[in-house]
Design a protein around this ligand. Sequence first.
Ligand code: CA
Length: 373
Amino acid sequence: MKRRHFLRRLGTGTLAAGAVLGAGCQQQKTAEPNAVAPAASFKPVKWKMVTTWPKNFPGLGTGANKLAELITQMTGGRVQVKVYGAGELVPAFEVFDAVSSGTAELGHGASYYWKGKSEVAQFFSAVPFGLTAGEMNGWLYYGGGMELWRETYAPFGLVPMAAGNTGVQMAGWFNREINTLEDLQGLKMRIPGLGGEVLARAGGIPVSLPGGELFTALQSGAIDATEWVGPYNDLAFGLYKAAKYYYYPGWHEPGTTLEAIINKQAFAALPEELQVIVRNAARVINQDMLAEYTARNNHALQTLVNEHHVQVKKLPDAVLGRLKDLSDQVVAEIADKDALSQRVYASFRSFREEVIQWHNISERAYLNARAAG
Ligand code: CA
């Protein structure tokens, strides 16, 4: 039934007759062998994708491009996606509204940019001292996270999908050494999401800026410090030219999930087969982006250290310990806002507790063993 419906919508001429109708069918004899669908036999759905990233920015922007290409290729051109960088159609931080209102059908960004719309949305990008990339995927796909994310975005007419992950980020670029928590006092730092809330508790001043504005803000002194992603992306922005110290680890973003958001009506208008393709294209990009970051961060770190003489420093354990305590407070307070937030927090916390048990004797034990060897 679904298949007939699908064919009716497309027109049977869109597909090679032999492939669709099956061997032994009488109609196959009248069709030309290997007949190719005429391009005009279906009306392609044309989608605009707006992004929070500078056009073609390595990893993030190119990942969004790849998602658009994959959707177009995998649907055989039945859904055609055109990508707009930040500021081309709408500014970076208006992506959520643009897709919600239908100005664009598709968006690519990160859910912590939308805390002004929904504070609990931040759980689906990055939680300080929360889940790593592999753990986020475990929670989202097999731990109930994706269902809660859909529920969170439903009132905005949006369908969310995980569509990229940076892995563990860096703590950021500073022009002063961070030896104690007091060194964060009065520090004006670009740091999004829950990490920003934690910085505020530590006496700092968090600023939210889209990536494309970071270098100028840091170089001009409008901000004292910034985090962005990791070596691959931070090298691309030239942040080493504006700050002396490059701190790790990215306690605030341990495995940030990027998102694809789709206008609910636009998604519902697609035949089920095309919805499946779009979902799986996002899933491919979710995995692909992490692989790219893992491969390219290594190389970029060497360039930063060896060619640009960046001083890479670890945040002192005592500072990380205080930040962790503050993070626990901030996260618990947000979770207490409403019933949905409580459910998201309960799901996230229970997954985190369980996965820590497992990863203590797998990932962590292995990495320790490898380091010791
Ligand atoms: Ca970041």
